[in-house]
Design a protein around this ligand. Structure first.
Ligand SMILES: [Zn+2]
Length: 272
């Protein structure tokens, strides 16, 4: 049975329906607007790069490489392939969120630490411990981390100590980077040394540990970040003690192709 409606009831129904339609329409508009705003927020948090500048990197590391971008979000999105140098400086507000205390995380009797307050990226340090354990099995003991993560302020102090307040490098070799240009701030870089039985620090380049690193560190995801024959490309003098975690796939490719990180990332971008 369809109830009969008086003209008055019919008018009321029509008014009610119109009101409901307006309400629904308004809600839909509001939702669409909110959605657009959310999308805008999401996109503005992303690096300001064109799609052609984005390359998937590291063969499964889940990281990406982009152009000359400096936001903290971007550096984090680049992950293990983050490029930090004078051309790609770190922003002031960049702070890694993957740091762990090395003394807490190291397995016993595998790797030495200059001090117990040192921090680094958790994955990178776990890989370094594996490398040190493999070295130890070969009979090379005493591998010691003398520098890992550095805060911006600490690096600023080092830079001024070494290069003077005016920022000039007296030696002509910029071994100490500005706070913006050091990848120690990412927690992915380590400076290594070896302690002999008397507790003396050896020159890393002269140790069998260094030779072992050259041969095997890529198997653990590390590269020599500032090779002797790549000073022009990196802009940094030869640093045999400074290794950088990039992930195993990227490290193997870099090793096989004889590249430095700058060249590897440029090739990735060009291959898009
Ligand atoms: Zn270093």
């Amino acid at each position: 049975m369809i109830p009969r409606l008086t003209p008055k009831q019919l008018r009321s129904m029509i008014v009610l329906c119109a009101a409901a339609a307006l309400l629904l329409g308004g809600t839909a508009l509001l939702l669409a607007n909110l959605n657009r705003r959310a999308q805008f927020r999401a996109s503005s948090a992303l690096p300001q790069s064109s799609p052609s500048e984005t390359a998937s990197g590291g063969g499964g590391n889940g990281t990406s490489v982009t152009g000359n971008i400096h936001s903290a979000e971007q550096v984090k999105a680049e992950g293990f392939l983050a490029l930090v140098n004078k051309e790609y400086p770190l922003p002031d507000d960049y702070e890694p969120d993957t740091l762990v205390n090395l003394a807490d995380k190291r397995p016993p009797n595998v790797i030495g630490l200059k001090n117990t307050s040192m921090e680094a990226d958790e994955t990178a340090f776990a890989a370094l411990c594996e490398l040190a354990a493999a070295m130890k099995q070969e009979g090379y003991e005493g591998l010691t981390v003398i520098a890992a993560y550095r805060t911006k302020d600490y690096q600023q102090g080092l830079y001024q100590e070494e290069n003077g307040d005016d920022g000039k490098d007296a030696s002509g070799k910029p071994f100490v980077q500005t706070p913006e240009a050091t990848e120690h701030r990412t927690g992915l870089a380590f400076d290594l040394s070896v302690l002999d039985s008397a507790g003396m620090t050896l020159t890393f380049e002269d140790t069998p540990h260094y030779k072992y690193c050259l041969k095997h560190m890529h198997e653990y995801g590390f590269i020599l970040r500032y090779p002797e024959d790549k000073q022009e490309q990196t802009g940094i003098g030869y640093e045999p003690w400074h290794i950088r975690y990039v992930g195993i796939d990227a490290a193997k490719e870099i090793q096989e192709q004889g590249l430095c990180l700058e060249e590897y990332l440029a090739a990735l971008r060009a291959g898009e």
